[in-house]
Design a protein around this ligand. Structure first.
Ligand code: SF4
Ligand code: MG
Length: 313
């Protein structure tokens, strides 16, 4: 019997509107209970779409999402919402400005008829404390809060239903660096306490590596490189990962790689380049890269990378 909560995504193409956008193309991921999977990439790389597929908010054209050993499609919608929650980039837009913080946090408890009225009140106070806010904060409105506090409210709301999986889509990108560190600390703390599983999405590789056990680097809907967070950060192999990492300021300047500037725009996912999708922008591209698309290949560092520099097939 598999007691770990296993969670897999195998999604194929997504049909959207008129054209077929290959938003997420043959992505295969697994995240174990209590761990964090980080998804990194530029905006438009398909990470938000993938997040929505994981949440069951977007249907997959082919492939399937398996959550706790069961296909997502076989889950009851209400039960699913209790098990999976999402934290968004901009907490301000997801919090009703005319609603008091306490009632925002209590809302899902009300919807799911959890506990008595008194119990729900207690739960809200407990949730506020858990995210480092005080009881009286529940009487205030979202605009009376700083960005960091609003994100704490969003996290409290997320935890109201005791979910197993929380998908965080760019939860820190609207926050100052010092506040980002606090929210990361909070998320990690909550993860340990409640054995939460996270899918953590960001364009910032350094942020992701601080919280993730495993990191997947995405480009045009495909995974370019995936592996243990530390290894990927210390020893990136894929030219795209190297470029992302070179844009990150490291605390130790002797380790700072020379910045690799990516030239050209992100190609349209409607019309992805032939061969390696990264070849038009890759500083290390060679002949073969234009012709064939490399698959993820395991390296002896424990990382898998999709690049012709590391494989001969
Ligand atoms: Fe660059 Fe070629 Fe590797 Fe793609 S396969 S990342 S183009 S070197
Ligand atoms: Mg996005």
């Amino acid at each position: 019997i598999n007691v770990t909560k296993h969670f897999k995504v195998r999604s194929g193409m997504l049909g959207l509107q008129a054209g077929t956008v290959r938003a997420v193309d043959g992505v295969s991921l697994t995240v174990n209970k209590g761990e964090t999977l980080g998804l990194v990439g530029e905006s438009g790389c398909g990470k938000s779409t993938l997040a929505k597929c994981i949440m069951g908010l977007e249907s997959v054209t082919s492939g399937e999402v398996v959550f706790k050993g069961r296909s997502l499609s076989s889950w009851d919608e209400k039960k699913l919402r209790r098990n999976m929650q999402m934290v968004f980039q901009d907490p301000y837009s997801s919090l009703n400005p005319r609603q008091k913080i306490g009632s925002i946090i209590r809302e899902s408890l009300d919807i799911h008829h959890i506990g008595t009225k008194e119990e729900r009140k207690e739960k809200v106070i407990e949730l506020l404390r858990l995210v480092g806010l005080r009881q009286e904060h529940g009487q205030r409105y979202p605009h009376e809060f700083s960005g960091g506090q609003r994100q704490r409210v969003a996290v409290a709301r997320t935890l109201a239903l005791d979910p197993d999986l929380v998908v965080c889509d760019e939860p820190l990108s609207a926050l100052d660096v010092s506040v980002q560190a606090q929210v990361i600390g909070l998320l990690k703390d909550l993860q340990t306490r409640f054995d939460l599983t996270y899918v953590f999405i960001s364009h910032d590789l350094s942020v992701v590596s601080h919280i993730s056990d495993t990191v997947a680097v995405m480009y045009l809907g495909r995974i370019m490189e995936i592996g243990p967070s530390e290894t990927l950060f210390a020893d990136p192999k894929h030219p795209y990962t190297k470029a992302l990492l070179s844009a990150v300021l490291l605390p130790d300047p002797t380790r700072q790689a020379e910045r690799i500037a990516l030239t050209g725009d992100l190609p349209s996912p409607m019309n992805p380049p032939s061969g390696c999708p990264f070849h038009p922008r890759c500083p290390e591209a060679f002949d073969k890269c234009r012709r064939g698309r490399p698959n993820l290949m395991p390296l002896d560092t424990g990382v898998k990378t999709a690049c012709w520099l590391y494989g001969s097939e």
